[in-house]
Ligand binder design. Structure first.
Ligand code: 1CP
Length: 354
């Protein structure tokens, strides 16, 4: 089969799945469920295949990416797979010296802080991430009607790692650049928008059914600053992939005050963390978009009855939505009992079967 027809096959098979229908705000047989970070350390089979293999190395091996991406689909019966990778993979692929340190996250050897540093952010070519193209092809063949979600980091969140040099809670150097040298900041997020757009296009060309833009840390900004300094770059990313017609999901943590703007940036589906109930979130986002969320991932540490009661609250708040994709309000925590996730998928399916 030619690459082109393979790509068409993957997307066509998944086209009428509950997840794709919910993203398009069409009627669904049941509310679709997937979990951010569903592949990863909460699964013993993940820890086993990753043994002795550094995180970034595993992202570059299509056999491992395929196996790890499929693990939560097999185990939990989720309605979508998310491609196993990391938001910093495209930066590594263009030659930025960075590593993902266990228990820490992405660490950048030589942070980007000056105009001269921008020259290190060259464009991403599809050939830089041929392992991604290969793994997406393998996955869509295996997944059949289960959609595969591609993803990338949004310009602000990627910039925060590049500027701070690693994870941060306060983003002081990032904000120092935004407010102190807005032109340098604008040029930096412009470069990152081009890289992120190219990375998403590679995944879509290879056959993913939907894409999610993770602006995990955008909630650190006030709405006026988000609108001025961040939204234009994220909007360029959404524009760059609009022609493909695949659903575009936009997610961040602590973004209650930004939900309207995150929808306006161009998303088809807005991800909501657990701080804003979905019936309030839909008022903030406005009509014409589906919502994704929003069970607090920490609830999964409570007894089964409590998980079900909190899930009922999410489903009740979602009742009037045009489209709802059930998810956690942020990623699965590594010490979560995997059986609690499997039970949650079955519970949402049962409660919402039509
Ligand atoms: O060795 C390991 O197992 C490392 C842990 C790990 C994993 C499993 C990291 C390091 N990244 C990943 C995979 C990953 N990262 C996925 C894959 C699949 C899935 O969701 O099932 C995805 C979607 C990401 C995306 C990602 N990476 C985000 C956005 C999502 C979010 O959680 O907000 C962010 C912010 C990152 C950076 C990152 N990579 C890894 C860590 C621990 C972090 C966060 C560091 C921090 O707190 O700033």
């Amino acid at each position: 089969m030619s690459e082109r027809s393979q790509e068409q096959t993957g997307r066509t098979a998944a086209h009428d799945s509950a997840f794709m229908r919910a993203c398009r705000r069409e009627p669904v047989p049941h509310t679709p469920v997937w979990f951010m970070r569903q592949a990863g350390r909460s699964l013993p089979e993940y820890r086993k295949v990753r043994e002795g293999i550094p995180m970034l190395d595993s992202c570059m091996r299509p056999d491992l990416v395929t196996e790890i991406t499929l693990q939560p689909v097999r185990r939990h019966g989720v309605d979508a797979a998310i491609f196993f990778s990391d938001i910093v993979v495209p930066l590594k692929a263009i030659g930025i010296d960075l590593d993902i340190k266990p228990g820490v996250g992405p660490v950048v050897a030589d942070p980007i802080r000056t105009r001269a540093d921008l020259a290190r952010l060259r464009d991403l070519e599809p050939g830089d991430v041929s392992y991604v193209t290969e793994a997406v092809g393998m996955l869509t063949a295996e997944l059949g009607t289960t959609p595969l979600i591609g993803f990338a980091g949004a310009p602000f969140t990627l910039a925060s790692y590049l500027i701070e040099g690693g994870p941060s809670r306060t983003y002081e150097r990032t904000k120092a650049m935004i407010y102190g040298d807005p032109q340098l900041w604008a040029d930096l997020v412009d470069r990152l928008a081009a890289i992120t757009s190219a990375f998403l296009r590679v995944q879509i060309e290879a056959g993913v059914s939907a894409v999610q833009l993770f602006d995990s840390w955008a909630g650190a900004l006030a709405p006026a600053d988000y609108r001025r300094y961040v939204m234009p770059a994220s909007a360029r990313v959404f524009d760059a992939v609009a022609d493909y017609g695949v659903p575009r999901i936009h997610f961040g943590v602590g973004t209650g005050e930004l939900l309207g703007l995150m929808g306006e940036a161009g998303a088809d589906v807005v991800g909501v963390d657990w701080r804003v109930p979905l019936d309030e979130a839909v008022r903030r986002v406005g009509p014409g978009k589906a919502l994704q969320g929003n069970l607090d991932p920490a609830v999964l540490f409570a007894p089964r009855d409590a998980v079900e009661a909190k899930t009922d609250e999410v489903l009740a708040a979602a009742r009037g939505l045009e489209g709802h994709v059930f998810n956690l309000g942020h990623g699965v925590m590594p010490t979560t009992d995997p059986d609690a996730l499997t039970r949650l998928v079955a519970y949402v399916h049962e409660q919402t079967a039509r």
